[in-house]
Design a protein around this ligand. Structure first.
Ligand code: DHB
Ligand code: FE
Length: 291
């Protein structure tokens, strides 16, 4: 395979990931976990008026031309056609929503969920290995730690859901050609609240660049990278579920993540595995009591 056809294949897979994210979000809204309650009329009035006013202020202040206005209109239409609203919102807005939602937490830091979570990933024991292909490329990673409450109480039976991209930056069920549950799993902490997760070190991830979001990135001269990351949801009965991501030191994009989702507390400290070729890392998840 020549380099060009490889790039074309990677680009096509990325485009499909964007569109699939819209379809999956629509399903989750219809059937379950992401379904919103009714938003109060006064709150819609307040927020929608504020958004419209802010946009009008920008047009006046920055003397936006008809040319620019029409470019924006065409681009907004394309975001929808490409199915990229989940990408756009999760990259450029979700981090602020997360900041507001988790401001009160005393336990582990959260960060954005992003567009690629799937519920009910396969159940694994406290020390299980993530589902992967026989020839899955990547460095082995052993992730250990303890789920506990803010007061130090261990949380036996805590659920640790992990999902991450493969070595090319693709997520199963969004990019085509990957086994359904590739690099997705649910671990149950042991009687001491401990877990030992066997997976691979994920690669850095570039958001799809051949759709509307990519068009914006190119037009503005930005880059499309997120640093390598592991996504987690950790929960236990009586405690607030936490959605977070963990990162690796030295990644060039930790300081300029396109999704603004890196926090210093979320950067791991991996060490060479004394027992093998890969790396080991320890990280505890600390959950807040349900309010
Ligand atoms: C996007 C992808 C991610 O993997 C992530 O964690 C956040 C955002 C995105 O493409 O929008
Ligand atoms: Fe991600």
């Amino acid at each position: 395979m020549s380099d060009t056809s490889f790039d074309a294949e990677v680009t096509a897979k990325a485009a499909e990931s964007g569109a699939n994210a819209s379809a999956r979000f629509r399903e989750r809204m219809a059937t379950g976990s992401a379904r919103p309650g009714v938003v109060d009329t006064m709150r819609v009035d307040h927020l929608a008026s504020k958004v419209i006013r802010a946009l009008n202020d920008i047009v006046i202040e920055d003397r936006v031309s008809y040319e620019e206005y029409n470019a924006l209109k065409a681009w907004l239409i394309k975001v929808g056609e490409d199915g990229e609203w989940p990408l756009f919102l999760d990259v450029w807005l979700e981090h602020s929503v997360e900041t507001v939602a988790n401001a009160h937490r005393e336990g582990s830091k959260g960060t954005i969920e992003g567009p690629y979570y799937i519920e009910d990933a396969p159940d694994l024991p406290w020390n299980g290995t993530i589902p992967m292909r026989d020839d899955e490329p990547g460095t082995p990673l052993v992730f250990t730690g303890q789920a506990r409450a803010v007061d130090g109480t261990p949380l036996p039976g805590a659920k640790i859901e992990l999902w991450h991209a493969d070595d090319l930056g693709f997520y199963s069920q969004f990019a085509p050609g990957l086994p359904e549950w590739n690099l997705r799993g649910t671990w149950t902490a042991n009687e001491d609240g401990r877990y030992e997760i066997h997976t691979l070190r994920p690669a850095a991830y570039q958001i799809p660049i051949d759709g509307a979001c990519g068009q914006l990135i190119a037009a503005a001269g930005w880059h499309a990278w997120r640093p390598a990351h592991l996504h987690f949801k950790v929960s236990a009965p009586g405690y607030q579920l936490i959605t977070t991501q963990l990162y690796f030191p030295g990644d060039p994009h930790n300081d300029d993540d396109i999704a603004s989702a890196v926090k210093p507390e979320l950067i791991l400290d991996p060490k060479p595995d004394p027992a093998g070729e890969g790396v080991v890392v320890d990280y505890d998840f600390v959950l807040d009591l349900e309010s």
